[in-house]
Design a protein around this ligand. Structure first.
Ligand SMILES: [Fe+2]
Length: 285
C-alpha cells in the first residue's frame, strides 16, 4: 500500500505536531527536497506565454471557458468540490489586478480528450504539461499531513488514493492593491513558491482580528538547495475536526509577483454554513 512507508517519513517532515502548529502559529513549515526555484521560474515563463497567447487570441480564451463550463457539469467536478478551473484574467478588474490559472489533473484530462485542438497549441499544452509535472510531486505531502492530523481517511474517498489537488498559478500585477484577508475554501493549502515571500501575511485563527495580528511566516528552515520552506495552512473545510482556517492576505509590493499554491480539496464535501471571525480591512481609504 502507498500509505504505510510514507508514515515513516512523518517525523522528518513534520517535526512538531501539525495541529498544535496550526493553533499556535497558523501554519507549519515544510522543507521539500525536490523544490528548486528554477522549477518555478520556468513555470512562470510558461504562464507568461499562455497569458500573452490568450490575451491576443480571445477565441481560445473563450474556448477554454467553454471547456471549463462543460467540465463542471461532469462527475469529476465533484472530486474537487469547486467550480474554479482554468484561466481567470482579472488584469482589468480594479482592485483584483491579477491573472490566475486553476489546474487539476482531471480538468487537464477532460480538456485533452474533449478538445483535442488544445493539444495543438504549444502555449496551452506546454503550460498544462508543466502544471501536471509539478503538481503530481506534492500530493504525498497532503496525505502525510492528513496522517499527522489523525485524519487518515480524509483523502481516501475515491479510488485515486491521492487528494483532490487543485494547483493555482497566479500573477499579481504591480497595480494590485490588497483589500481584506480571506479564508481558503480548501481542506489544506500549501504555499509552494513565490517570487516575493514577504508579501504573504497570515495569522493563527482567533475570535477577533486586527491588522497587527498579521505577519509573514518565518520560513526558518531551508531545503538541500538552500530554498526557503513552503508554508502549509488549514483551510475552512476542516471545522468538524476543530481545525479552524488561517486567514491570510497578499499585501501590496508595487511589482509583479508570481506565486504557486496547491489546495487539497475534499471530495463530495458539502460546505456547512459556518461563520468565521470577521477580518480587518487593509486598504487605506
Ligand atoms: Fe488564499
Amino acid at each position: 500500500m502507498y500509505y504505510i512507508p510514507l508514515l515513516l517519513a512523518l517525523g522528518s517532515l513534520y517535526g512538531s505536531d501539525l495541529a498544535n502548529d496550526f493553533k499556535a502559529r497558523g501554519y507549519s513549515e515544510i522543507c521539500d527536497k525536490d523544490y528548486t526555484t528554477s522549477t518555478f521560474d520556468s513555470l512562470y515563463e510558461s504562464f507568461e506565454e499562455l497569458i500573452q497567447f490568450l490575451q491576443t487570441n480571445r477565441g481560445w480564451a473563450q474556448k477554454l471557458m467553454i471547456a471549463k463550463e462543460q467540465f463542471i457539469r461532469s462527475s469529476d467536478r465533484n472530486y474537487y468540490g469547486t467550480d474554479f478551473f482554468g484561466f481567470y484574467d482579472e488584469s482589468n478588474r480594479k482592485g483584483r489586478d491579477q491573472i490566475s490559472f486553476y489546474y487539476s489533473a482531471h480538468f487537464h484530462q477532460f480538456v485533452s480528450s474533449h478538445f483535442p485542438e488544445f493539444n495543438e497549441v504549444p502555449e496551452i499544452s506546454s503550460f498544462l504539461e508543466s502544471c501536471f509535472r509539478i503538481q503530481k510531486t506534492y500530493g504525498h505531502l497532503f496525505i502525510e499531513a492528513a496522517f499527522d492530523l489523525n485524519l487518515e481517511t480524509l483523502f481516501m474517498l475515491h479510488s485515486e488514493n491521492l487528494p483532490p489537488l487543485l494547483f493555482k498559478v497566479i500573477k499579481y500585477l504591480p497595480s494590485y492593491i490588497p483589500t481584506r484577508p480571506h479564508y481558503d475554501g480548501s481542506a489544506l493549502t500549501l504555499f509552494l513558491h513565490s517570487t516575493d515571500n514577504q508579501s504573504l501575511l497570515l495569522s493563527p485563527y482567533k475570535s477577533s482580528f486586527t491588522i497587527a495580528d498579521f505577519s509573514s511566516p518565518s520560513r526558518k528552515s531551508l531545503n538541500q538547495f538552500g530554498e526557503p520552506a513552503m508554508v502549509l495552512i488549514p483551510g475552512s473545510h476542516l471545522t468538524e475536526f476543530s481545525l479552524f482556517p488561517t486567514p491570510h492576505i497578499v499585501v501590496q509590493s508595487n511589482k509583479t509577483r508570481y506565486a504557486t499554491v496547491a489546495f487539497a480539496m475534499r471530495a463530495d464535501y458539502k460546505v456547512p454554513k459556518t461563520k468565521f471571525s470577521l477580518l480587518p480591512k487593509f486598504t487605506h481609504n
